[in-house]
Ligand binder design. Structure first.
Ligand code: ATR
Length: 264
């Protein structure tokens, strides 16, 4: 019987992770099956424990379960604890559950260049927390901005960075808000400062509003799809110890297209 892996989220139908991860397992010749499992927020812990008893050895976790996944794990990595969120679960046959966070490392891998001296992260939800932690722990001086300023202030205090209501330019700008999930989202409310590199954690088939903005100004754009591929590659390495086939994963993300945008 195949080894089973699941994507736990609500909703999950727009995710490209199943196409991407199944392509990776096939390319590596591993008999694994990766399924999208829509899981409403109630009874998350119970469901995860049941999966462990039903042949599931691995899971990725997405909105809205990343906090609950931290709580259900018997053991968590330092990154996951510091970020306060788990996106990768390893389910042992004896019931032991290990939690990790590959969103942070995935973002740095996708960036593909030394961490910049300064960065501005927009947003204060789970995606922003992983981005702030990843960059700050690489030595970047991070500023956080959020529409609801008190959330940015709380996140900044917790992770030891600055919060700003009117931020200045930075080398790197990260969109970790959900702005752009709808193609006609306006960028008017965001402080889009001058930046050499822009990471948009929102992705879709068509360029997102932030991607269009970045390209118009000649900034280097790091597409959310590359962040998705890189976090998936790290999850796969956690579960199997194998190096992920990045090209096969990228192809699957592009071809597993849906007309709706999503967020890493
Ligand atoms: P995630 O875990 O993916 O980060 P989230 O916790 O729902 O998701 O966070 C969404 C982020 O997008 C928040 O920072 C939210 O700002 P608020 O805290 O003020 O709600 C931000 N966001 C959503 N819509 C926005 C908009 N139109 N303009 C600016 N920020 C927005």
């Amino acid at each position: 019987m195949s080894t089973l892996a699941g994507l736990l989220g609500f909703p999950v139908r727009h995710s490209r992770s199943p196409a991407m991860m199944n392509a990776a397992f096939a390319e590596l010749g591993l008999d694994w099956r990766y399924l999208a499992l829509p899981l409403p927020p109630r009874r998350f812990a119970e469901a995860v424990r049941a999966l462990a008893g039903s042949g599931y050895r691995a899971a990725n976790v997405t909105i809205p379960h990343k906090l609950a996944a931290l709580e259900v794990a018997d053991e968590v990595s330092d990154a996951a604890r510091a970020i306060g969120a788990v996106n990768t679960l390893t389910l042992r046959e004896d019931g032991h559950i290990a939690g990790d966070n590959t969103d942070a490392g995935g973002l740095l891998d996708a960036l593909g260049e030394p961490a910049p001296a300064t960065a501005l992260v927009l947003g204060a939800g789970g995606a922003a927390r992983a981005a702030v932690w990843a960059l700050a722990s690489s030595g970047t001086q991070v500023t956080v901005w959020n529409r609801t300023a008190r959330k940015a202030a709380a996140l900044a205090t917790e992770l030891g960075v600055e919060a700003a209501t009117r931020p200045g330019p930075a080398e790197l700008l990260v969109n970790a808000t959900s702005v752009g999930l709808r193609a006609d989202d306006s960028l008017d409310g965001l402080p889009l400062v001058d930046a050499r590199v822009v990471v948009d954690l929102v992705y879709g088939d068509a360029p997102t509003p932030i991607a269009r903005w970045a390209e118009e100004r000649g900034a280097r754009l790091v597409d959310g799809r590359e962040v998705l591929v890189r976090q998936g590659a790290r999850s796969l390495a956690v579960w199997t110890g194998r190096e992920a086939p990045l090209e096969a994963m990228r192809r699957a993300v592009v071809h597993g297209a849906s007309s709706t945008s999503a967020q890493v």
